[in-house]
Design a protein around this ligand. Structure first.
Ligand code: C5P
Length: 223
């Protein structure tokens, strides 16, 4: 499977993305680029992605809708030929299976409970179970729907990997010393891989400040 780093290109600026791509170039890491709702919905974002060549592309659409809408969306972005596409596992088994059926070569990534949630925030939206028990349930569903990967917090990998045997991707990563900001369940890259993540998603710790220096810091931290 090979450890991968997905750099979250959370911006609406094409110049910013170009800057990220140029400055993250390295032979020492396998790097992919993650584009979320912000960039894909920006004026020229979609067309920029369609022109990227020989890059690992991760479309973080976090689909969360009825099966028909999820399936139609997967068909609608076929031309982008993305390598990874995210769907919330909470969309349900029927939606997950439906998406998997039409996804072709694109790997379908099931998103468990967002890393910005803790038990208290979960209660606020009416979920009475703990993050852990919810994530375990979601990992089982992802496995049942034969998804290609799941996204979970680095702290959840130890029990997710017992249930879900394919790729495990973890966001909520900070280079040591960086602030948590809005994330609740975070750790360092090294610890995430040690826990059993196969890839990590890292945004602000790389893209804010001097990108080249941050990449070097990441490489050093993994040694
Ligand atoms: O800047 P930071 O490293 O916190 O960015 C994390 C990225 O991972 C963001 O693009 C966010 O949308 C994404 N993500 C997350 N938690 C999830 C799924 C995706 O933080 N459960």
């Amino acid at each position: 499977m090979g450890k991968k780093i997905f750099v979250a290109c959370d911006t609406n600026s094409i110049n910013e993305v170009k800057k990220i791509i140029i400055n993250t170039r390295t032979r020492k890491l396998k790097i992919g680029y993650k584009f979320g709702l912000e960039f894909i919905n920006s004026k020229n974002g979609r067309s920029f992605i369609s022109k990227l060549k020989k890059k690992i592309i991760f479309a973080d659409l976090k689909l969360n809708d009825i099966p028909n809408t999820c399936i139609s969306t997967v068909k609608a972005i076929k031309d982008l030929k993305v390598n990874y596409l995210t769907v919330h596992i909470s969309s349900g088994l029927e939606a997950l299976r439906g998406v998997k059926k039409v996804s072709g070569k694109t790997k379908i990534v099931g998103v468990t409970t967002l890393t910005s949630f803790n038990n208290k925030n979960l209660k606020q939206i009416g979920y009475t179970r703990s993050v852990k028990s919810l994530v375990i349930q979601q990992a089982k569903l992802a496995s049942k729907a034969k998804l290609d990967a799941v996204v979970c917090s680095p702290h959840e990998v130890p029990y997710v990997k017992k249930i879900f045997k394919k790729e495990i991707i973890t966001p909520g990563i900070r280079l040591s010393g960086d602030k948590a900001k809005d994330q609740k369940r975070i750790t360092t890259p090294k610890k995430a891989f040690k826990n059993g993540a196969t890839s990590i998603v890292i945004g602000r710790s790389i893209t804010k400040g001097n990108i080249k220096k941050n990449i070097q810091k990441l490489i050093n931290s993994l040694n």
